[in-house]
Design a protein around this ligand. Structure first.
Ligand SMILES: Cc1ncc(COP(=O)(O)O)c(C=O)c1O
Length: 390
């Protein structure tokens, strides 16, 4: 079936954080919301059908997790990423961030160090600090808008003895897809210093321009023995509100430890809608995803070209994955508070401030382009006028 990503769907008053929490976040609802990472597109028809069929049943009691749910996940990984996942080592969990938090709690101790690479999804800081662990930061290197890893610094940081490395593969916010060469180098160092890897692969299905995702755990058997992969199709199919994700463990012992964490909280059942929705997405959603990707690519090209031609003060490099753009606004000459206020009060855009992704950064913003093109056209016109008025 042909999907129409140009269609405007009104999300106001649906409790959508992106819309209904604008006043809380920006002090006004007079901003086009291009922030938190979900999409303004309806999900794939088979997913909607599965949820509607389940909803029509009318009874929403306790549910068990069918084997077919986990099999659907494993088959998707094999098909899309050529990754053989042992179903016995896959856990259900209510989100990737909750899983990362559980991993920090269960696999490190009070006061331990945890390594991250910034700029990165801000919750990487939060899940570490929430459990009184200390963040060590191996900053990515930026060269003309292109990001790469600083392997020398990574090794120096490993010498400080972190117990865990939380890895963003692919990378949010810079949209980097890590190559096999980069993955080998980084995982060799983790093996050398005996550091556990929690690999967040939630954006893995959102590969642009024929880039290819390589799951960290698929690099080698030795690497899979030190890697816990946290992923979901919640970004891929816009299902974040259903609160369901997967974690893949190196062995039964570590999986049991993780599962016990959730069991102790009495969190061990899916909600009935996420079960049918995720399985339908994995089994029947690919057609939708294949239409979504070119639309996102088009949106990215549109914004990048617009800035190049009309707002050269804002520089954006083409990302390789995700639906997020990392905007270098340093030439506007504004500090972080001024930049946020400028975007909200002058451009009327609700974006994510860059310094949340790296506390030492200033002058960056992140824009979510997973919305109809007409919304972006309006947003870019507003941004151009605001910059001209500076
Ligand atoms: C890298 C990364 N991990 C995790 C999440 C959120 O995961 P969840 O909603 O499953 O907790 C996001 C959402 O933007 C993300 O970008």
């Amino acid at each position: 079936m042909k999907y129409n990503f140009d269609k405007i769907v009104d999300r106001n008053n649906t409790y959508a954080v992106k819309y209904d929490e604008r006043v809380k976040n920006f002090g006004t609802d007079n901003v086009i919301p291009l922030w938190i990472a979900d999409m303004d597109f309806e999900t794939a028809q088979p997913v909607k059908d599965a949820i509607m069929k389940r909803a029509a049943h009318g009874i929403y009691g306790y549910v068990s997790k069918p084997d077919s749910y986990f099999q659907a996940f494993c088959e998707w990984q094999k098909k899309r990423n050529n990754w053989d996942v042992d179903r016995e080592l896959v856990s259900f969990n209510p989100g990737v961030v909750p899983s990362l938090s559980a991993i920090v709690k269960e696999f490190t101790s009070d006061g331990d160090k945890v390594l991250i690479q910034t700029p990165v999804y801000p919750e990487f800081y939060e899940v570490v600090e929430a459990w009184d662990r200390t963040v060590i930061d191996n900053q990515l290197i930026e060269n003309n808008g292109v990001y790469s890893m600083d392997f020398e610094d990574f090794e120096e940081k490993l010498k400080q003895g972190p117990r865990l490395f939380i890895f963003c593969n692919p990378q949010n916010p810079v949209g980097k897809v890590w190559s096999m060469d980069e993955l080998r180098k980084i995982t060799d160092l983790c093996l050398k210093y005996n550091v556990l890897i929690a690999s967040d692969e939630i954006h893995a299905d959102l590969m642009l321009w024929n880039n290819k995702h390589i799951p960290t755990a698929s690099v080698s058997k030795a690497v899979s023995d030190i890697t816990i992969t946290c992923t979901s199709c919640s970004k891929t199919f816009n299902l974040a509100g259903l609160q369901a994700s997967f974690a893949v463990f190196p062995d039964k012992k570590s999986k049991e430890r993780f599962d016990k964490f959730w069991a102790n909280l009495e969190i061990h059942r899916n909600n009935c809608f996420s079960l049918v929705a995720l399985e339908a997405a994995y089994r029947e959603g690919e057609e939708w995803l294949e239409q979504l990707i070119p639309y996102i690519e088009g949106n990215m090209e549109y914004v990048i070209e617009y800035c190049k031609n009309h707002i050269p003060q804002i520089k954006i490099s083409k990302p390789e994955s995700t639906y997020l753009l990392w905007m270098d606004c340093r030439s506007l000459g504004l500090n972080n508070d001024e930049l946020k206020s400028f975007m909200v009060n002058k451009a009327h855009l609700g974006l994510n401030p860059g310094h949340k992704f790296s506390r030492s950064l200033s002058g960056y913003m992140r824009m979510n382009v997973a919305c109809p093109r007409s919304v972006l056209e309006k947003a870019m016109n507003q941004l151009e006028s605001a910059v001209k008025g500076l």
